[in-house]
Design a protein around this ligand. Structure first.
Ligand code: AMP
Ligand code: MG
Length: 488
């Protein structure tokens, strides 16, 4: 019997709850037509997790770059506001991005498929609506590296080139990032409607957020307060993980702070080299607002802005009472953060159980490292070797850690988690700035080998990989202070 041609199956079985339920929160919009959209890199593993046909996606450049609307999609630009570097912008919104639709994975989890760089929208203000190859691949790398580290994050499904030349410092290749997120609800989404006094819309948004992210809270006596507490908790856990792994987000504006607790918008982010609370990489963060050691304080501040939008929901009759309970919930953030951070430090230092001296032990370890030219990532791997009885790296010779090591040994004598457990939480491979730069420079001239290799290495961060020694080393002397740029 001859084979009959198969009908074209839709690429996605979208189920677009936001488009369906949230009219007034977005503008329906479409991406620009493009001269030559092509999938440059597809995240096949993620595609499979989402139940998508990776082979079909690999040939769907026009769809993944936003130039063609696939069956079932409802492309839209979301409205949001935000505090940027402390100043309020009442109207930001998706100025160069579209929510294409929502995918329900075989696991039952719902995800947004969002295209960044798809062209101008009604929210573009002075911007061109475009993205270029380097920053798109940068976001791809960071999302995958963070996911592999076990940190909640948006992830790249694909990077597509558009065939356009985009003007930045000089002409650059146009690109679009197809991004997967638990949702794109931000603190700034609440701020947009609260700032306009649209309390009914803020309530509708909160109801949607509860259904989508915290369904178990829907039946709570005080669902909006409970939602706020859940966001406070999720963000405390997230920022603690960033800090433990040495990650600097770089642009923690309230529009880049999710309700889901996922890391979003990898622009000027970077991993620290040596331990330095004042570390800043972003070219525009001149005052160090978003410095490495400032991130928990900034998240606490961002959550204050979320709390302000919820006052009329928490108690419509009595705003004083609402403020009182929201304030109590808000000010649990520092203790929650410290709890997550200390639990993480115990694991990194190999401390089993919990002892009263653990906080001081963790703090003193970092105090000893501060101001020294010691690689933060390698330090914890070397400490595991000390636990194995081998003195390597900075511990091979007398060092600033000598007194501390005596205390550490005494503490492990009470209860040790063991060196293998330390290695399971202390990465060997992070995205080192010089490796990212080299990979993106090669990619700009059409050579993706370094990108692919780096992506593969950081996707398995905890196990030593044969032949990957260079990826575990700090930047060569002379690489200099690293500077990153955002909004590009
Ligand atoms: P970001 O700094 O990437 O979080 O973006 C902040 C705001 O600026 C958002 O509203 C973006 O949509 C908007 N934006 C950033 N770059 C562009 C661009 N090239 N064109 C239009 N809007 C942009
Ligand atoms: Mg953003």
């Amino acid at each position: 019997m001859p084979d009959l041609p198969l009908p074209d199956l839709p690429l996605f079985a979208f189920d677009n709850s936001f488009a369906r339920e949230m009219e007034g929160f977005f503008v329906e919009w479409q991406g620009d037509k493009l001269p030559n959209p092509q999938v440059l890199r597809l995240n096949r593993g993620l595609a499979e997790t989402l139940g998508l046909d990776a082979d079909a996606l690999a040939g769907a450049g026009a769809v993944l770059a936003g130039a063609e609307v696939p069956v079932g999609a409802n492309p839209l630009a979301m409205a949001y506001a935000g505090h940027q570097f402390g100043g309020f912008s009442p109207q930001l919104g998706d100025g160069r991005a579209l929510l294409l639709g929502e995918i329900v994975a075989p696991s039952g989890k719902r995800f947004d498929l969002h295209l960044k760089g798809s062209g101008r929208t009604p929210f573009s203000r002075g911007g061109d609506g475009k993205a270029v190859l380097g920053p798109v691949l940068r976001e791809y790398l960071f999302g995958e590296a963070m996911a592999a580290l076990g940190i909640a994050t948006t992830r790249a499904l694909a990077a597509a080139t558009t065939g356009e030349k985009i003007r930045r410092d000089g002409p650059q290749q146009g690109a679009v990032l197809a991004r997967i997120a638990a949702s794109h609800l931000r603190v700034g989404t609440f701020q947009f409607f609260a700032a306009r006094g649209e309390v009914d819309r803020v309530r509708q948004l909160a109801d949607y957020a509860i259904t989508r992210h915290f369904p178990h809270l829907a039946s709570s006596d005080a669902p909006y307060l409970a939602m706020f507490e859940a966001v406070v908790d999720a963000q405390a856990a997230l920022v603690a993980q960033w800090v433990l792994v040495g990650f600097v987000h770089g642009v923690m504006n309230t529009d880049n702070t999710t309700i889901s607790g996922e890391t979003i918008d990898y622009g000027p982010c970077a991993f620290i080299d040596s331990y330095d609370p004042a570390a800043v990489f972003s070219s525009i963060d001149r005052n160090g607002r978003y410095a490495y050691g400032n991130q928990s304080a900034i998240m606490h501040w961002n959550l204050t802005k979320l709390a302000e939008t919820l006052i009329d929901l928490v108690n419509p009759q009595d705003s004083e009472a609402a403020i009182a309970v929201l304030t109590t919930a808000l000010h649990r953030f520092p203790a929650l953060y410290e709890g997550y951070w200390l639990a993480g430090m115990r694991a990194k230092l190999g401390l089993g159980g919990e002892e009263p001296e653990d906080l001081a032990l963790a703090q003193d370890f970092l105090a000893a490292a501060e101001g020294q030219d010691i690689d933060y990532t390698q330090l914890f791997r070397d400490l595991a070797e000390v636990v194995r009885g081998k003195r390597v790296g900075v511990f091979a010779a007398p060092s600033v850690f000598d007194d501390w090591l005596v205390r550490h040994r005494a503490r492990l004598a009470i209860e040790s988690a063991g060196a293998d457990a330390m290695d399971a939480v202390n990465p060997v491979y992070i995205l080192r700035n010089h490796l990212v730069e080299a990979a993106l420079t090669d990619a700009a001239s059409g050579d993706m080998a370094a990108f692919d290799r780096l992506l593969a290495v950081v996707s398995q961060p905890f196990a030593v990989q044969a032949g990957a020694e260079e990826f575990a080393k700090p930047a060569p002397a002379g690489f200099g202070a690293h500077v990153t740029f955002c909004g590009t």
